[in-house]
Structures are given as structure tokens and as C-alpha cells.
Design a protein around this ligand. Structure first.
Ligand SMILES: [Zn+2]
Length: 160
């Protein structure tokens, strides 16, 4: 990740500096007042939403870097998703080659998700845990967990 921000402005809520490193991120969370800001034209507008996270003692944080399939990435944002039995983190990862992915963190389990082109992708509404199958790059997959989440119960940090 380049250390030079792609975008820099002041938080419309508290005036603190906020910056983005991803050209594709659409929301930013102010690190000072937790206001969720939405990028619009050349600036940001306050969504009016507070985005404080639950303390989950994650070993990861904004700025943590790593390597996935020989490509370096840096975590630039976090979406903390809540569901009936708890919460997990979806970290927004920005790769040095400009691509982006999501690193899911649930307890000590991590999964990197990146967009790919496939023919006839299965529809989410039709996916059933234990039944739905997919073959991708000669590997066979069966859905093991299918969940709908509500972003009304999500909190965020950084840029997404
Ligand atoms: Zn602020």
C-alpha cells in the first residue's frame, strides 16, 4: 500500500483529518468520533450513523499487512458483523497491485475472498448449507454455512 493517501479531507462532524488509501472504498469511518462518512463527488458527507465497534480483542488492526498468493496486502477497513450468536470481522484488504479483497476473521479462522469470473454463478437465495455444490478450477465445493446478515447491526472502522 502506498503511504500517500488517495484521498484526504476533514470529518464534517468533528473536523478531524480523515484519509483513504483505496480508490474503490465508498465509506470511511472517522477515527476520532466514529461517524460513518460516505464518499460523494470530491468530498464526504456524514451518514448520521455512529459506528463504534465492540471490543473483540482481534490480533488484527488497520494497517496490518500480509501476503496472499504471493501478493502483499494491507488491511484498510473493518466491518464488524453481528448475528444471533455473536460477531465476526470482515477486513477490507488493499493489495499492492490495486486489487481488493475481504479477509473474514471468526475466532482464529481466516478466509480471504476475492472477486472472480465464473460461468453461471449460483444465486445466493438458492444456496443451501450441506446441499449446494460448486466446481471451480477443478476443485469441488459444498456450501457448509449460509447466513443472511443485516448491516443495520454492523459497525465499521477505516475505509470500506
Ligand atoms: Zn469525526
Amino acid at each position: 500500500m502506498s503511504q500517500t493517501p488517495f484521498f484526504k479531507t476533514d470529518c464534517p462532524s468533528c473536523g478531524a483529518p480523515v484519509e483513504a488509501h483505496s480508490a474503490s472504498a465508498v465509506t470511511l469511518v472517522c477515527g476520532y468520533c466514529n461517524s460513518m462518512l460516505v464518499r460523494k463527488d470530491n468530498g464526504v458527507v456524514d451518514s448520521g450513523r455512529d459506528s463504534a465497534l465492540l471490543e473483540d480483542f482481534s490480533p488484527l488492526q488497520i494497517g496490518t499487512s500480509g501476503t496472499f498468493v504471493a501478493q502483499r496486502f494491507t488491511l484498510v477497513g473493518r466491518l464488524q458483523v453481528q448475528y444471533d450468536d455473536g460477531a465476526w470481522n470482515e477486513w477490507y484488504a488493499l493489495f499492492d497491485d490495486g486489487r481488493a479483497g475481504w479477509l473474514s476473521e471468526a475466532g482464529d479462522l481466516y478466509v480471504m475472498t476475492m472477486p472472480v469470473e465464473i460461468d453461471n454463478p449460483p444465486k445466493f437465495e438458492d444456496t443451501q448449507a450441506g446441499f449446494s455444490e460448486l466446481t471451480f478450477q477443478d476443485k469441488h465445493y459444498i456450501a457448509s454455512d449460509v447466513r443472511k446478515i443485516s448491516l443495520k447491526r454492523a459497525a465499521a472502522q477505516g475505509e470500506l
